[in-house]
Design a binder for this molecule. Sequence first.
Ligand SMILES: [Zn+2]
Ligand SMILES: [Zn+2]
Length: 205
Amino acid sequence: MDDHRQQSTQAAIADIIRSIPRGDHLTAPEVFEKAKAQGLRVSLSTIYRTLNRLKAEGDVITVSGDRGLRYEAAEEGPAHDHLICLGCGLTIEFFDELIRGFGKTVAQRKGFDHTTSRFDILGYCENCKSQDSSHRLLAINESFEAAREKVSQALKELAMSQDFVAARKFNKAYSPLKSAITALAQSLEDLDNLAQSLSMPAEAE
Ligand SMILES: [Zn+2]
Ligand SMILES: [Zn+2]
């Protein structure tokens, strides 16, 4: 690609990045789609190279995430930071003087000349968190039900065994008693697993 063409491609891609609504962040393939839609004849690798150059020149900044880097226009004025959900990719921008000051302090302490600092805070959003906890609730409820089912089965077998004894059919009392013991042993194992899952360190709530 000659110099002139490279310059105009870079300008066109810089325009695309600037046209992203504030708060949105695009991946390189998404930038590529937009470039194609505008009739730009570039390859994905050109997009990557150009985005890197724009970043190096300070026109574009990157935001991390589990789906790879995303890009947005560098802005004038106070920089913002991001909360990024690892579950659904939701990205929330925020401004916080305290966190900015923190960047400066760390830089000073390490003998760095501070120019800017940006923080990407990774975690799980409200929505992903509540989906996760309702999954857990469902699984725990099912375990309780299964354990109670086994215990009540054992109680029935016990009663049956006792009835045989009352009827002096001692040899017939043995088998339901063994079944009751087996069911109780199984339910104890299940209850133990259940107790372990409940004592798991709860995630930040
Ligand atoms: Zn942003
Ligand atoms: Zn989420």
